[in-house]
Design a protein. Structure first.
Lengths: 276, 361
């Protein structure tokens, strides 16, 4: 059979490079996780990943990540809205600052946040009067996760919001729809897929976040120990197999979150693209 | 009489500026109840602005807007009793056909049963039965337009405004939709104004055409009036397929002193006959050389050089063929004489026809 010519050449080459990159950067490291974990027997594996202290750390990680991502979904949407819909001095600077949590070394963020939120810190002082302690509690972890997760939501929603045409709003306004109604019935459905995707990315990232959290968490066993910290602890004991076992569980959780997101995205894109 | 002939919509001295661009420049017109009006003009001529000001989506800088005798300047868009069909329809993508049409009724807090019966009625009217549960993207362009139309009519507006209603549709379906829309508007009996840049569309669909240019209204009249009796240099050059003749006095039949900076002629006023064909007006006929013959499907378009001016003419398929390079008889029936300084247009009819006292429309 004759090879079909493509209009744009180089598919073979570019696809090859993509696969090689993916393999080197993503697939091989992930496979090594599985390989290392296999050094444990199945019984030992289960025992390691379901140890009470480890289970508690999953709970802390998932709970704080979930709350932080929910906060991020609301706040990120608001920030995106303000950046897209209004003009004000310093808008560009504010827009640029959104990426700061991506660029900043996470440890720097962790130290800064901890410093601010301890009993003597600028912010911590105020909350301490109300009897709320932030640093070294789950609240502190959540604060750190809000910090690192916010760009995911803003950067997912912003471009989509920019593309929502004014005509949709005008069409609704012609019928006398209230502003709230226009937002929830007309604009929100348009940005919902992007919001969900931003939320899940922030969520998946937050579950695995280590650098910014360890400083503010206090790391009290069963209370403020996050799952990545458990991995670090195992590594420091040179127990690679246990470390990778816990990592494997976290990988599974992250995969699950992204999978659910992919399902939602494909459902909504069906409506928009019109493919039955 | 009386009430019925009174203006239903009236714009008085409307001005609107965007930055330093004058989108509406002292716009005045009235629309009678039940009429279908076409706002015709090139893009950027301010026709959409007029529509949006009327709808209340834009505020005029000055001027008065009356609908049904009431001044509506301060009345919000939703209270003006207007249905609006947007250029790209602006259907809510995440709502089904039914929910799109029901949107306005839900806001009016109508009962479920009422909404259902009204939506069903509209779906029947626009011929979309069975598609209620579809999403906009699962419909063809024409079907989407029907949904937009039904949605605009759902709340029983008294005035329907359509912004380029056919722009997003294939040429073939567009023709069908034009007559469909025309019929439907007649059936509903609603006063309607639509915006278009397509003269065929305006001429075919509208009862009355308002020609706009650079924020100003150039001419208002029935399609026949506007097409055959253009009043301004712009209208002459915008409608039909105009060809400009600079030195028109050298053409036989137009030799007498006539005022005008240049003349405009349309292909339908150029009669081309072969040398061996019968020519009723030999005295005022010119000779020309065919430079180009273009096939136009149902006719041939001829480009003919006469006195160093290039003219366009149509010749029906089925008549004896004319070839490029051939010498032919060219008879000009009428010219539009443009006075650029006075901004007016006069019609000059060929002497031979004047003697005949024949009337050409």
């Amino acid at each position: 059979m004759k090879k079909k010519k493509r209009v744009i050449p180089g598919f073979g080459l570019s696809f090859g490079i993509v696969m090689a990159m993916l393999g080197l950067i993503v697939i091989i490291p992930l496979c090594s996780l599985v390989v290392f974990s296999l050094k444990l027997s199945f019984h030992d594996f289960i025992e390691t990943v379901t140890a009470p202290r480890v289970l508690a750390s999953y709970k802390v990680s998932i709970l704080t990540a979930l709350i932080a991502s929910l906060i991020n979904a609301v706040m990120g949407l608001l920030i995106a809205w303000v950046l897209v819909r209004y003009n004000f001095p310093g808008k560009r600077i504010m827009d640029g600052m959104i990426e700061l949590p991506f660029a900043l070394p996470t440890a720097v963020a962790g130290i800064a946040l901890t410093h601010l939120t301890t009993q003597d810190g600028w912010v911590g002082k105020i909350f301490a009067k109300a009897g709320i302690q932030i640093a070294y509690t789950r609240i502190g972890i959540t604060v750190a996760l809000v910090f690192i997760g916010i760009p995911f939501v803003v950067r997912s929603v912003q471009p989509v919001l920019e593309k929502v045409e004014k005509e949709y709003e005008e069409a609704a306004a012609m019928f006398g729809a209230s502003r709230a109604r226009i937002f929830f019935e007309v604009i929100f459905p348009e940005i919902r897929p992007a919001l969900i995707s931003g939320f899940t990315m922030a969520f998946a990232r937050s579950i695995g976040e280590y650098g910014s959290v360890v400083f503010i968490a206090g790391n009290t066993p069963y209370k403020t120990e996050i799952a990545p910290l458990m991995i670090m602890a195992k590594l420091q004991e040179f127990d690679y197999a246990s470390a990778t076992s816990i990592a494997l569980v976290m990988l599974f959780i992250a995969f699950l979150i992204l999978f659910v997101n992919a399902l939602i995205q494909s459902y909504t894109s069906k409506i928009v693209s019109g493919i039955e | 009489m009386g009430e019925n002939t009174k203006a239903y919509v009236e714009l008085k001295h409307i001005n609107k500026t965007f930055g330093n661009y004058k989108a509406s420049d002292d716009v005045n017109f009235t629309v009678e109840k039940g009429k279908l009006i076409g706002l015709l003009g090139p893009s950027g001529s301010g026709k959409t602005t007029i529509l949006r000001i009327l709808a209340g989506l834009e505020n005029a800088d000055s001027g008065e807007i009356y609908i049904d005798g009431k001044q509506v300047n301060e009345i919000p868009a939703s209270k003006r009793g207007i249905g609006f069909v947007f250029q790209n329809y602006a259907l809510f993508r995440y709502k089904t056909v039914f929910d799109n049409i029901a949107f306005g009724l839900k806001i009016q807090k109508k009962s479920k049963a009422e909404i259902k019966s009204r939506v069903d009625e509209l779906i029947e009217l626009v011929g979309l039965k069975g598609l209620e549960k579809r999403y906009p993207k699962q419909l063809s362009g024409g079907q989407r337009q029907r949904v937009a139309f039904a949605r605009a009519l759902a709340t029983q507006p008294q005035l329907l405004l359509l912004d380029e209603p056919f722009a997003a549709i294939d040429a073939k379906v567009r023709k069908e939709l034009r007559s469909w829309l025309r019929e439907l508007i007649n059936q509903v009996g609603i006063t309607s104004i639509f915006v278009t840049h397509d003269q065929d569309e305006a001429i075919e669909v509208a009862d009355e055409i308002i020609v706009t240019n650079k924020g100003k209204i150039e001419q208002i009249g029935t399609p026949v009036e506007v097409y055959s009796n253009p009043q301004t240099p712009f209208v002459v050059q915008f409608l039909g397929e105009p060809v400009t003749i600079k030195d028109f006095n050298q053409f036989k039949g137009f030799r007498e002193k006539t005022k005008g900076d240049r003349a405009i002629i349309r292909p339908e006023f150029v009669t081309v006959t072969k040398k061996n064909e019968f020519n009723p007006y030999p005295v005022t006929t010119e000779e020309g050389i065919v430079e180009r013959v273009a096939f136009r499907g149902n006719s041939l378009e001829l480009t003919i050089r006469v006195h160093d001016e290039l003219l366009l003419a149509n010749r029906q398929i089925g008549q004896e063929l004319i070839k490029e390079g051939e010498h032919v008889n060219v008879f000009l029936q009428r010219l539009y004489l443009v006075d650029d300084h006075g901004q007016n247009v006069a019609i000059a009819v060929n002497e031979a026809l004047r003697q005949d006292e024949s009337v050409v429309i």
